[in-house]
Design a protein around this ligand. Structure first.
Ligand code: SF4
Length: 459
């Protein structure tokens, strides 16, 4: 289903739309307050963007440097060209260690590769340990947000879910009780796990180490208890030096949740005694995106979610309406790069207001890239008949001022005189949920000419 159809379904529950909108705006507001505390925030953003641009221009060198240093540290490094290779590598590591139970902290890359269903089909238990991710896993859903995976669910739904799956007692959605029960449930999973899988927020070429940011400490708990740690990262997660970390850690937490720092910024460099550490470096379409000059900057993304929180379309259509792993403005740039036909609707799910670009900590020109995708999609994919013909007609109309004037006159008259049922008829999708204004008597052009005539006369 297209974004607009899925958004229509989400919009049927008005109450949910309202609190979803408010909750995300609250996070956006927190981000603004937090950013105001930092002197030189714009300089920090510029620095973040420059480091990312430099890294992407030298990506091959930095990846090789990272691999060499990681191997020196005792980490086993694997390379995966696509999602299938990534899943097979992870599965092989698990099999080679005769493991059956896996705990996983939040990783959008493993979501992108559909790792959970793959491992489950191979008889392996995978438990997501981020609370939001565990909630959506129990509900057999996918995350609807990259930082707040269960933001589309209210506490009463979580209460019911926990009663069904964890055997908790009804608590009228008491968050403290529910969190306590989740903690107990996850502790058992952590203790029993044979393998811990984590994502990677930043991998440092200079040291061969990497950093994982969480607010719950679940990545640390998993990686410190299990004898095998597998970290999965996209190629774009690399940064050249340790000293660059400070720039990104300051940008990330403030942009994501308005916190000055993520609660746990855990640095991993080598396996502990008698344990193993693997890192899987994944391409899965990223090199191709890098080769597109108009879209390569999308690989600067540090997955803070700020563009998602601020997007008026996302806030009122929900993450699942994007039918892609990464929703919102940045997802709508990344997904068409993976499959232009399947995701051709997404760049149109935007007002192009530019708020996403304004808040992006690494200054990605998100709205400009969305507009560029629209131009490509219109040329390269089949457009709905009504949209295609009406746009062609509009093109012809705009090209001839005399035609534009006549049609404008007719449109203004129609808006004033025709019944609403005719104007908001089925082919006019803009009329859905919108009231068109009453057509004015004069166009701007007519008003302007009349005014000039009067002024000249008075002189
Ligand atoms: S595009 Fe920018 S604002 Fe959006 S998630 Fe990525 S870094 Fe954050």
């Amino acid at each position: 289903m297209s974004h607009s159809k899925l958004a229509e379904i989400f919009n049927k529950d008005e109450k949910r739309v309202d609190w979803h909108d408010k909750a995300l705006w609250f996070v956006r507001h927190k981000r603004d307050l937090s950013v105001l505390q930092v002197k030189g925030w714009e300089e920090l953003r510029n620095l973040g963007r420059s480091i990312k641009a430099h890294t992407l221009s030298n990506l091959d060198n930095y990846l090789i440097q990272f691999e060499e240093n990681a191997i020196k540290n005792g980490i086993e490094v694997h390379w995966a060209a696509n999602a299938d290779e990534h899943n097979s590598i992870v599965h092989k590591i698990i099999k080679d260690n005769q493991a059956k139970k896996v705990v996983k902290s939040k990783s959008m890359l493993t979501e992108e590769c559909h790792l959970n269903p793959f491992l489950e089909a191979n008889g392996i238990e995978v438990v997501d340990t981020d609370l939001g991710e565990r909630i959506v896993q129990l509900a057999k859903e996918t995350p609807s947000h990259i930082v707040l995976p269960a933001i589309h669910k209210d506490r009463h739904e979580v209460d019911e879910l926990f009663q069904e799956h964890l055997g908790t007692t009804p608590c009228d959605g008491d968050p403290q009780y529910l969190t306590g029960e989740a903690r107990k449930h996850l502790r058992e999973k952590f203790i029993a796990a044979d393998v811990a899988i984590t994502g990677v927020n930043f991998a440092i070429a200079e040291t061969g180490g990497f950093v994982v940011c969480t607010n719950e400490g679940n990545a640390d708990m998993g990686a410190h208890l299990a004898p095998v740690h597998i970290a999965c990262m996209g190629v774009e997660k690399i940064i050249p030096k340790q000293e660059h970390l400070g720039v990104f850690l300051r940008l990330l937490a403030r942009s994501a949740t308005g916190q000055p720092i993520t609660t746990y910024s855990s640095h991993f460099k080598k396996p502990r005694k008698e344990t193993k550490m693997h890192i899987v470096i994944v391409d899965n379409g990223r090199s191709e995106q890098l080769s597109r000059p108009d879209f390569r900057a999308s690989l600067h993304c540090i997955r803070c979610g700020a563009c998602i929180n601020t997007c008026p379309i996302y806030r009122r259509s929900g993450g699942h309406s994007y039918h892609a792993t990464i929703p919102g403005p940045i997802g709508s740039i990344l997904s068409p790069g993976m499959d232009l036909t399947q995701y051709s609707d997404l760049p149109f799910a935007s007002t192009l207001c530019g708020s996403c670009s304004d808040v992006c900590p690494v200054k990605i020109d998100i709205h400009a890239q969305l507009y560029k995708w629209r131009q490509i999609i219109t040329k390269e994919t089949k457009q709905p008949f009504i949209k295609k013909t009406s746009m062609e007609a509009m093109g012809k109309l705009f090209a001839k001022p005399s035609h534009f004037e006549k049609v404008g006159k007719l449109a203004r008259w129609s808006l004033r005189n025709l019944p609403k049922s005719l104007i908001n008829s089925k082919p006019n999708v803009w009329g859905k949920g919108r009231d068109l204004p009453k057509g004015p008597e004069q166009s701007f052009d007519e008003w302007f000419k009349a005014r000039n005539k009067k002024d000249n006369f008075q002189k």
